[in-house]
Design a protein around this ligand. Structure first.
Ligand code: URA
Length: 325
């Protein structure tokens, strides 16, 4: 059977109103059907490159992808008597309200629709894609609000951590969230979590669990660097944890991996990681998985196989829980 791959963008804009009005862009075909800017992936092109090219050609837009969001669907269609299996990949992009659209000969017009109006006019697969995008945008707004508030914590009297918030990284709808202790010096310099030696080991461990770094949400209990890499104090943890809990609520992960004693002790009450690692804990509707901090493997080689075994256990558990491959 013939297979065809196409890619495009779910494009949205939000105005400055309160509440903000969120509108999605659709191109109108000759037969009146609505379409997103999308088209066939050409030979040698990645899905993203094709999506960027198509949105330029079909709507005159130079888009910047919302990091990490990607969805897709597939369906069968008969074309000239032949059954074709079509696969669609969609990315997400935000444009300023009032952005000009320049359509090509392929469409007769365009429409901006709010979420509810869009739902009435789309096919089932497209409804699912737009619903996922709309939910993702809500999460972006919620996470931004949390991080804006969190980044003001250093204004408090007596603050002795770095003033730079190293916020989490990864898809806001990840099924797996990974939580370490606190950023290190490299993380503080770059503003990204787990990019030093522990991060390299973590990436490898995630692969053992069948996960790619870009598919999980990675962060720490305390998201400010404690100078000289000291352990965060109980008071610092107490100040930071409410923000972390709100972040977990935004992500709504299926499993939260707790790296090391600070993380496992704070969130699951399992601070004795050397004896409690490799265990799953259900608490307040969340499934936690307790393991060592990768730094323990960087410091002491004999901890590496312990970590590896734990991540293999995690893989087994995820295989039973995963909804998206
Ligand atoms: N260790 C952590 O716990 N968090 C980071 O971001 C980096 C190292």
């Amino acid at each position: 059977m013939k297979r065809e791959f196409s890619a495009g963008f779910i494009v949205y804009s939000e105005d400055a109103g309160k509440p903000k009005r969120r509108m999605f862009l659709f191109l109108v075909r000759e037969n009146g059907a609505l379409d997103m800017p999308k088209g066939l992936i050409e030979k040698g092109e990645s899905a993203l490159v094709a999506a960027l090219r198509e949105s330029k050609e079909e709507a005159g837009l130079s888009l910047e992808r919302v990091p990490s969001f990607k969805t897709g669907y597939s369906f069968f269609k008969r074309e000239n008597g032949e059954l074709v299996h079509k696969h669609v990949t969609l990315f997400l992009a935000r444009v300023p309200a009032g952005t000009g659209i320049r359509i090509s000969w392929e469409h007769k017009g365009y429409k901006w629709l709010d979420f509810n109006d869009a739902l009435k006019k789309l096919y089932k697969d497209e409804v699912e894609a737009i619903t996922m995008a709309n939910d993702y945008i809500d999460r972006i707004d919620e996470m931004d609000a949390i991080n804006r508030e969190y980044s003001r914590l250093p204004e408090r009297k007596g603050w002795s951590l770095s003033k730079r918030l190293v916020s989490g990284e990864g898809p806001l709808n990840s099924e797996v969230m990974v939580i370490g202790q606190a950023p290190g010096r490299f993380e503080d310099q770059s503003g990204r979590p787990f990019i030093g030696a522990s991060g390299k080991l973590l990436d490898r461990l995630l692969r053992l669990a069948g996960l790619k770094r870009e598919d999980v949400y990675i962060t720490s209990v305390v998201q400010f660097f404690p100078p000289k890499n000291r352990k965060p104090s109980d008071e610092e943890i107490r100040m930071c944890v409410p923000f972390l809990k709100r972040q977990i609520d935004v992500i709504r992960p299926k499993v939260v991996v707790l790296l090391g004693a600070v993380s496992a002790g704070t969130l699951a009450g399992k601070g004795k990681v050397m004896s409690e690692h490799g265990t799953f804990v259900e608490k307040e509707g969340i499934t936690y998985f307790v393991t060592l901090h990768p730094a323990a493997g960087v410091r002491l080689k004999k901890n590496v196989p312990v970590l590896e075994n734990d991540f293999r256990l995690l893989k087994k558990r995820l295989q039973g829980k995963r909804t998206v491959q």
